[in-house]
Write a protein that binds this ligand. Sequence first.
Ligand code: SF4
Length: 336
Amino acid sequence: MDVIEKIKNKEVFDLLIEANKITEKIHGKDVSLERALFLSWWCEKGDCKFCYMSSQKDRIQNPDKARRHVKGIYAEAELTKRMGWNIEFLSGGYGVYSTDEIREISENIYYITDKPVWLNIGITDELDAYGEEIIGVTGAVETANPKFHNEICPSKSITDIKNMLIQADNLGYKKAITIIIGLGEEIDHLNDLFNLIEELDIDRIIFYSLNPHPDTTYHLTPQPASLYYASIVASIRIRFPHIEIITGTWTDNLANIGVLLKAGSNGLTKFPLFKMYGNRFGKRVEEEVYWSNRNLIGSFSNMDLLTQGDNLRPELDPFIQRYIDMCYENLDIKKI
Ligand code: SF4
């Protein structure tokens, strides 16, 4: 029976057992912590139905206000390095930064972390402007069935995303896609996802679960069931044993983590890092990894790490300290 039939038959444990075996055999037990670095809080498209950006209409008149101070971005990069986290990608909405600016930021992050960065900067045909500071390019596909995709993300076509990833491949970069679970997709849409991964020879897939933002059309939609989400992840692990899988979960769903790891996840993302680090929420993530019998790379709780490491850019110190203070202020936080 193929994986799609197994999902339809709710044979979740079979899928998880098979996926877990593959993961341990091919990838081992390590689990990474991934931090997306956001460049801006605005996007000129702003019409993807699930997206927080689509609820920020008041900012559309003034995108400059939504740009982050670059020193804040670099400070975050320095701290994630100290914590042993990976930078998931450099991300920003459309129409805020020029290619030259993104390249300069990427170069600086490469310098700080000593690791080339992934990009998730929307559809671009200017990838040839980048160099060794970039390791890969992420296409924010969100949902793989073309017809459904057009309903959910009317302004970014799958064809354009594919073309960008083909260009990325030609330039020697790795390729990733993002997929959101819980948008109302059908299980058969998995065929489209399998085809897309095969066609583009995708190296990395990043899953998120729907976060129903207020003021979006999903504001009353429930988040996807944990075992449904895990079944989808497991189906990818089984069909594509070597692919890297990153899974995102929200703070109100931390109990998803264990089952997502059993489903084949290699890394965890989507955390409000400085609200969680060192407190019971960060430690809860560590507990989930421990009880999944996996090995966490980096820390979500070691406060000593925050002040360790050689800061190559002293001008970042006040920005770094601000984030460290935030971690200490949130040590006894009760609710996120
Ligand atoms: S293109 Fe990206 S940032 Fe812009 S509205 Fe769509 S999902 Fe949000």
